[in-house]
Design a protein around this ligand. Structure first.
Ligand code: LMR
Length: 415
């Protein structure tokens, strides 16, 4: 019973997060042949998400050898930052105009970055392609910034609507922020070509925009260096950039929450200024980042044998994802674009009615937007999935009439 005297009675009811609600919905489905294409975690062909071999070995070493759990400070572990720098930015990453803070996951990096923007440019609007990861809009809103959705995806072809995107961005003004997915776009699986990255960099320079790149799937697209190509092109070109990085997926460390926020400034002096502000903000938000997952990443990347094994296992994961993409694309003309997409996700050309029907009639669970986690499919369940899906797909590759209407990225909705 609600008590008006209770201080918490003033709170408004909340819709559960759509993606997280999918975990519970799939768990509660008693059908043995159910298929989980919901939340973005890697699964092997048997549907398992094992702890990676190198992670297990590093954890054993950490347990045996860690001398202390004393605080590290708001910046986190500097060695972790150095090693991630090399992974992300390649050789020569060590530059006094750049620095990195360890954060709780990529979400922590996004929120920390949003708070920095709110300090330095409180009027900034944050341009975000639609569709996007549903948490993007709320993260920037929570930092008192205004997210604006712009055209991004051509649902009919399953590709980036680059011309429409650039036309929509004509309204961006100096000081605004352009949020870009570094690759393996969530939810569409699309990626900018190197030429598009160059064009975006020139556009940011010409219009005075700050690019903020979210890179959460490095190594799960075409390769570790290939997947960082866009980021590297951008940071080499522009005077200022931010990168939210996540090790949650490529190290399989999801619940450990391992991320980093990168800043690239025009000069070492402005980099120092940004660093000092970020340390203050991190102290307010979480004081100091959790260490376990980052320590595991550090141990792996600091040890040639472990790093090699991690790369090998990541290669196997990536090959599996891309093989599933190939099989899906071959199964129906309306799915052909999936072969050219990368990462964990693809957005099917189906609407919410079809999504509900697939769940109710076939035990196939996916986000309401039609986003599927490619890793939920395997040779064992793919035929059943494509058979059930075929009944919902158009014959000619065009989206069906019940495809979801365009939405703003700020809406609280199941995606
Ligand atoms: C997803 O998009 O499924 C993942 O990034 C998990 C999440 O936090 O939403």
């Amino acid at each position: 019973m609600s008590d008006p005297h209770c201080p918490f009675a003033a709170l408004s009811p909340q819709n559960p997060d759509g993606l997280l609600a999918l975990i519970a919905m799939h768990r509660a489905d008693p059908r043995p042949g159910k298929i989980d294409l919901g939340v973005g975690i890697y699964r092997d062909a048997d549907g398992r998400t094992p702890v990676m071999r190198a992670v297990k070995a590093a954890e054993a070493r950490l347990l045996a050898e860690q001398p202390t759990k004393a605080y590290l400070g708001s910046e986190g572990d500097p060695r972790y930052a150095e090693l991630i720098a090399e992974l992300l930015l390649g050789p020569g990453a060590d530059d006094p105009r750049r620095f990195c803070l360890q954060t709780p996951g990529g979400t922590g990096a996004l929120r920390l970055g949003a708070e920095l923007i709110a300090r330095m440019a409180p009027q900034a609007r944050v341009w975000i392609g639609d569709p996007t990861w549903p948490n993007h809009g709320p993260i920037f809103s929570a930092a008192r910034l205004v997210p604006i959705a712009h055209a991004f995806f051509d649902r009919a072809t399953g590709t980036i609507a680059f011309d429409a995107m650039m036309a929509a961005l004509a309204d961006a003004r100096a000081g605004d922020v352009l949020l870009l997915h570094g690759g393996c776009h969530n939810p569409t699986g699309t990626q900018f070509s190197p030429d598009q990255w160059r064009a975006l960099a020139q556009f940011c320079i010409a219009r005075g925009l700050l690019p903020f790149i979210d890179l959460a799937y490095q190594g799960l697209g075409d390769g570790l260096d290939e997947d960082a190509g866009g980021v590297r092109l951008m940071v080499d070109a522009v005077p200022g950039a931010m990168i939210a990085y996540s090790c949650d997926k490529n190290f399989g460390l999801y619940r450990e929450r391992v991320g980093a926020l990168w800043i690239q400034a025009a000069t070492p002096i402005t980099a120092d200024l940004a660093r000092a502000n970020l340390l203050t903000l991190a102290r307010i938000l979480w004081s100091m980042p959790p260490d376990h997952g980052a320590a595991v990443v550090r141990i792996i990347l600091d040890d040639a044998a472990l790093a090699q094994d991690w790369r090998a296992e990541l290669t196997t994961m990536r090959a599996r994802l891309n093989a599933v993409r190939g099989s899906l694309a071959a199964a129906h003309p309306a799915l052909a674009a999936i072969a050219g997409q990368r990462g964990m996700f693809s957005l099917l050309p189906v609407g919410p009615d079809a999504v509900a029907r697939l769940r109710q009639e076939h035990g196939i669970h996916m986000a309401g937007s039609g986003r599927i986690n490619i890793a939920g499919l395997s040779p064992a369940n793919l035929p059943r999935f494509t058979d059930a899906l075929a009944a919902c797909l158009p014959g000619d590759g065009a989206p069906r009439q019940d495809a979801p209407p365009r939405t703003t990225i700020c809406e609280d909705m199941e995606r």
